[in-house]
Design a protein around this ligand. Structure first.
Ligand code: RAT
Ligand code: ZN
Length: 435
């Protein structure tokens, strides 16, 4: 719609260049999004020095749990039969069911097509031989650089579990860190499963007990502090169920209040809360068997209000919780909404959530993370995100022009940098991408 107002006024601030016309906005936004390097603030990727923890290549891409969930809807194979197959056979079964016998229309299947096409590999072949040969031929470190460059990422943030029996010894032995992989100290086993996991802390030499009594709290603080020295995390993180309540008479509240939050304050680290999972509604399909539920975000209100010296990066899984999350972010500047997580990472929902966040928070949030588990997933997840954000931002800038305010390319650049880098860098004290 044409503006009925006089020529938009231009603020005298940082920009001296000509304002963009409304019809130039889309290409300027697209160009800025394409040329700006993002930080991927939450993934399940691993520093190559962590060896086989890091997943990559066509068989891992096809056996992603998002696709496994879809396999059981389009194939008669039982989960038990599927789990008895080798990784390669599982990948073949998914390719057959979702890419040959059906058209890859869903978000997760489209992702495979985008990745194959990005490397010039066949997207409609009857088998995977060519794709397998291509990935097997890639030297990993070189491949990582290529993939991150193609995805427009300066760095990725990992998820690191200090109680994982495979991962922990690698950190304890030490390794040379890759400058583009930042660590995160993940607390799920501590905050959600203390009764099953306290012995793992004890085995690492900390004097803790099953009920977190006695020296347990100071010992947990010592554990967290020592692991922070070892990992240099950019934040600590936990995923929480939709039933999460805080404060409550339980171990999660106690350990959060007495150990995790004080350590975050001492070390000036944010805590990431990912709230809304209904764990294992269908254990037969394993990792694909988690669902979601609407959470009571008054717990978040209590945390943000009662711990003003803590910073909370927060993502909520239920679509119904998104508006409340924005309202809380308007009340508490120690709350940073981030990402459209898991079941929300679909174009229609990302567009809706991002628009809502811009309307309520301007550029004071982090629009997206990839949650990639397999390296090459960053290619499709960020490609799709960039195209949706381009539409959403274009729309917002065109409205601003229509309202009577000029917009310049430098300003778009500033906003995109804040959304996809600056907000995270500020919250992590500039420790991300310090190299
Ligand atoms: O999106 C996912 O892959 C989930 O399975 C979870 O890993 C979730 O992202 C999490 O970090 O807990
Ligand atoms: Zn995740």
């Amino acid at each position: 719609m044409e503006s009925k107002l006089a020529t938009p006024s231009r603020p005298e601030s940082i920009f001296s260049e000509s304002p963009l016309a409304a019809d130039q906005i889309h290409s300027a936004v697209t160009d800025v999004l394409t040329t700006t390097q993002f930080i991927d603030v939450h993934t399940h990727l691993f520093d190559p020095a962590l060896g086989k923890l890091g997943l990559w290549g066509i068989d891992e891409l096809l056996t992603y749990h998002y696709l496994e969930a879809e396999l059981f809807r389009s194939s008669a194979i039982t989960p038990e039969r599927y789990w008895s197959l080798s990784k390669r056979e599982q990948a073949d079964a998914i390719w057959q069911a979702l890419f040959i016998e059906n058209t890859p229309l869903s978000e997760a299947t489209r992702g495979i097509v985008v990745v194959l096409a990005a490397f010039g590999l066949p997207t409609d072949s009857s088998g995977l031989a060519e794709a397998r040969a291509f990935f097997q031929a890639q030297p990993l470190r070189h491949h990582i650089d290529t993939v991150l460059a193609m995805a427009g990422l300066s760095s990725v943030v990992m998820t690191n579990d200090p109680l994982d029996p495979e991962e922990a010894p690698l950190w304890i032995n030490g390794f040379e860190r890759h400058p583009r992989f930042h660590a995160v100290l993940r607390l799920d086993r501590i905050l959600r499963g203390w009764a099953n996991n306290w012995e793992l802390l004890a085995a690492q030499g900390y004097a803790v007990d099953r009920n977190a009594t006695g020296k347990s709290v100071p010992e947990l603080r010592r554990f967290l502090a020592e692991w922070c020295v070892r990992m240099e995390p950019v934040y600590m993180a936990v995923s929480l169920p939709y039933t999460f309540q805080f404060p409550q008479e339980d171990l999660t509240s106690k350990l959060l209040t007495e150990a995790v939050l004080p350590t975050c304050r001492d070390l000036n680290l944010p805590l990431s809360l990912m709230i809304g999972v209904r764990y294992q509604v269908n254990p037969r399909i394993r990792l694909a068997g988690d669902a979601m539920g609407r959470a009571d975000l008054s717990s978040l209100e209590n945390l943000c209000r009662d711990f003003p010296e803590n910073r909370f990066l927060t993502s909520v899984l239920s679509r119904e919780n998104q508006h409340e999350l924005c309202v809380y972010a308007r009340k508490f500047n120690n709350l940073m909404p981030f990402g459209c997580w898991w079941f929300l990472n679909n174009p229609s929902i990302v567009e809706e959530i991002t628009r809502e966040r811009i309307e309520m928070l301007g550029t004071s949030f982090i629009p997206q993370h990839s949650d990639a588990r397999v390296l090459e997933q960053v290619l499709y997840k960020w490609r799709i995100t960039r195209s949706i954000i381009a539409r959403t931002l274009t729309n917002s800038y065109q409205q601003v022009i229509n309202d009577g305010r000029a917009v310049t390319r430098k300003e778009i650049q500033r906003d995109v940098e804040r959304l996809f880098r600056g907000n995270f860098e500020t919250w992590t004290n500039g420790t991300a991408d310090k190299g």
